[in-house]
Design a protein around this ligand. Structure first.
Ligand SMILES: NC(=O)c1ccc[n+]([C@@H]2O[C@H](COP(=O)([O-])OP(=O)(O)OC[C@H]3O[C@@H](n4cnc5c(N)ncnc54)[C@H](OP(=O)(O)O)[C@@H]3O)[C@@H](O)[C@H]2O)c1
Length: 245
């Protein structure tokens, strides 16, 4: 088992930052399970990565993180997993808390928080079969309460906007720490990444930015391939610098 190829699962990997994480892991020689909730979108991304990267070994896993039965079925297909990247995420709207619609809040937490819990717990048996299990949670600097409270930061100037998304990432940070603490005795490394603003379909601000998703992906890959003396229970920026909780 020790000699089996390193296997990684990346959720929401049919586009955006997740696809770049899958691409870079494949380029590093990792066998990648590219998870997508839509089979057709997933197949397209798998074909692209296998064509682009010499020796890429990318396979599709259809997985909607909000569907516990489907996640359990997907997990049953995987014997051993070395790396889990919880990347799938969404932003329903940019409302402040007083203006928020409860349903938008619920849908955001369903994907960004409960989805991570569902996927992580379903794949824990497979991760426990790895000699060096790694979990990377794609969070956001906007989930940092310290940064949100800092008047010098643009998030503070945004005065509580994106309350559902940002509080979901704060909750994800808490989960990251608790998983790290609980699983440390078993050799797991569990960390959260703040990818920085990247040009993706996440929201209008991201779509209009010139941030390269591949640069953020490199930060995630560094955490996915951490050596045994690497950090756990950390919240790190894409460039490896610590982000305050
Ligand atoms: N872009 C930024 O500036 C930025 C900044 C901070 C943090 N992030 C975080 O980075 C991660 C990736 O986002 P992105 O910017 O790459 O956005 P994106 O291009 O919109 O990609 C999001 C991915 O998540 C998938 N997804 C959404 N809900 C899902 C579900 N229920 N089950 C499975 N997959 C689901 C999407 O699939 P479909 O194609 O089927 O919708 C898509 O593949 C997210 O966690 C996001 O919060 C991004």
């Amino acid at each position: 088992m020790e000699n089996a190829p390193t296997t990684a699962l990346v959720t929401g990997a049919n586009k955006g930052i997740g696809k770049e994480i899958a691409r870079q892991l494949a380029a590093a020689g990792v066998h990648v399970l590219l998870a997508a909730r839509d089979a057709e979108r997933g197949r397209k991304a798998v074909a692209e990565l296998n064509a682009d990267e010499a020796a890429a070994d990318v396979r599709l896993l259809v997985l909607d993180v909000t569907d516990p039965d489907g996640v359990a079925r997907a997990a049953a297909e995987v014997d051993r997993l070395d790396i889990l990247v919880n990347n799938a995420g969404m932003m329903a709207d940019g409302s402040t808390a007083p203006d928020a619609e409860l349903d938008a809040f619920r849908r955001t937490f369903e994907t960004n928080v409960f989805g991570v819990l569902t996927v992580t717990n379903a794949f824990l048996p497979a991760l426990r079969r790895s000699p060096a299990p790694r979990i990377v949670n794609i969070s956001s600097g906007t989930g940092s309460l310290a940064w949100s409270a800092d008047p010098a930061r643009e998030f503070a100037l945004a005065a509580g906007s994106g309350a559902a998304y940002r509080s979901s990432k704060t909750a994800l940070n808490a989960l990251t720490l608790f998983y790290a603490q609980t699983l440390a005795p078993e050799g797991f490394k569990v960390n959260a990444l703040a990818p920085g603003l990247r040009r993706t379909d996440l929201n209008a601000l991201a779509a209009a930015s010139d941030g390269d998703p591949a640069e953020a992906a490199a930060g995630a890959v560094r955490l996915a391939l951490l050596p045994d003396d690497g950090p756990t229970g950390a919240f790190l920026s894409w460039d490896g610098t610590p982000v305050p909780w």
